[in-house]
Design a protein around this ligand. Structure first.
Ligand SMILES: [Zn+2]
Length: 432
């Protein structure tokens, strides 16, 4: 057994208290084996300094499209529909497997450098994402995103089959760090007949679901008109709501849908930056938390954010949550940290998001000696309102150190940046 002791720092515990403690990690099983008083935690084979730092759970980005980093800053300041149809989809149609690998690598580099240790990804050429995750050392739940609108019967079926095949093939890849899901893009971009047929196939294999839902009013109104019921009631009828499932956004929800989410155990992944940038609306996060819904946090793709820094996202979640509730006490810092760690991990079905014995050793160590993090009245407040991704000193996933003292050990940062720059420029040129 190889053990690593993270020593000399403070630790954020699952009950949101902070204490002076050391953490012992078993690198082989990838789990935390001890957390506690430095005098009582056994010596490790190796030591990682957390002096002047806070050991916290690695952040979990529960909804993104990692390769969209290639489109960062390519088209901004437009409505969702026009933005997708005029700018994003034409370039995405040009992306090769190598492009997706380059964009994903860039996304993973950014995640590791900002303390994110796990993520959910919906895209295409997912085999490239699997390889990227394997090499970078992160944890992920991946799936091929299905869109059937605008496709003929054969094309639509091919998409559905591809999503099922991806979910079946790659579950358990990268020594178990990769899990999969069946991923219809949304309730309005995939036809009902396909959802009916293929969701039941996914269920037969015990494959979870991840899809966009209730992001904009344009996604809600057509379903209400056609079905005479709310989108998530329609989803429940299609067997798309359950304890292993998660929906991204959940902005335009009514009380019935919030209750339905809580009853079925379906998690919501809140994406505040994307919702603000695309003027989609303000999700009723405090109402969801009050109802007992599992709420995670995601950045969505870098084209609508425009970064993958979950510290930024936590701040946005707290701010917009208060505006949405018209109450400064709504969506407090402690709730937001929980969303970005435990909530997201629960949404994705990972035993991560907690610094506790037996949990996955997915951790970030945040430097506390920066001017913008001084003084130390309340470190949970700092994580949400003052810290940045660049304050992360070390990142670990599955018991392995991915970044030590700001140096990413599993990726060649310069090569990643160069490849992304070249491939992004070439893809845009082909599309224009
Ligand atoms: Zn999305």
């Amino acid at each position: 057994m190889t053990t690593l002791r993270i020593a000399g720092g403070r630790v954020l515990r699952p009950d949101a208290t902070v204490e002076r403690a050391d953490v012992l990690v078993d690198s082989e099983s990838g789990t935390i084996t001890a957390v506690g008083d430095p005098d009582e935690v056994p010596e490790g084979d190796e030591t990682l300094s957390a002096e002047d730092g806070l050991v916290m759970p690695g952040l979990v980005n529960a909804h993104t499209h990692a390769a969209m980093t290639l489109l960062r800053g390519y088209a901004d300041d437009k409505e969702l529909d026009a933005w997708l149809q005029e700018d994003i989809w034409p370039v995405e149609a040009e992306l090769t497997p190598e492009d997706v690998r380059a964009g994903t690598d860039l996304g993973l580099l950014e995640m590791i450098r900002s303390g994110t240790t796990a993520f959910a990804d919906m895209y295409f050429h997912e085999e490239q994402v699997v390889d990227a995750v394997e090499d970078a050392g992160l944890r992920a739940r991946l799936g091929y995103g299905i869109v059937t609108v605008g496709k003929d019967e054969d094309g639509a079926r091919e998409d559905c089959e591809q999503s099922l095949a991806t979910a079946r093939k790659f579950d358990g890849a990268a020594a178990g760090r990769v899990k999969t899901a069946f991923m219809p893009h949304s309730l309005t971009t995939v036809g009902e007949e396909y959802l009916r047929e293929y969701v039941s196939k996914a269920r037969d294999d015990g494959i979870p679901l991840h899809y966009h839902a209730n992001e904009t009013e344009d996604e809600v109104d057509p379903i209400v008109e056609a079905e005479g019921e709310r989108p998530l009631e329609y989803a429940r009828e299609l067997d798309m709501t359950g304890a292993s499932d998660s929906v991204a956004h959940g902005v335009h929800l009514d009380g019935t849908e919030i209750d339905l989410l809580a009853e079925t155990g379906t998690a919501v992944v809140h994406c505040p930056a994307s919702n603000m940038k695309l003027a989609s609306g303000m999700a009723p996060v405090q109402d969801m938390l009050d109802a007992g819904v599992t709420v995670g946090l995601g950045t969505d793709g870098a084209a609508s954010n425009n970064d993958l820094d979950l510290f930024d996202e936590m701040r946005d979640a707290a701010m917009v949550g208060k505006l949405a509730a018209n109450d400064a006490s709504a969506v407090p810092a402690e709730s937001v940290v929980r969303m970005a760690t435990e909530g997201s991990a629960d949404a994705l079905g990972f035993d991560s998001g907690r610094v506790a014995e037996g949990a996955n050793a997915d951790l970030a160590v945040v430097d506390l000696d920066a001017p913008h993090l001084t003084p130390h009245h309340d470190l949970v407040s700092h994580l949400v309102y003052a810290a940045r991704g660049s304050d992360v000193r070390h990142t670990l996933c599955d018991g392995a150190v991915l970044m030590r003292d700001r140096e990413v050990l599993t990726m060649d940062a310069e090569d990643v940046r160069e490849r992304a720059e070249e491939r992004a420029a070439a893809a845009v040129e082909r599309a224009e």
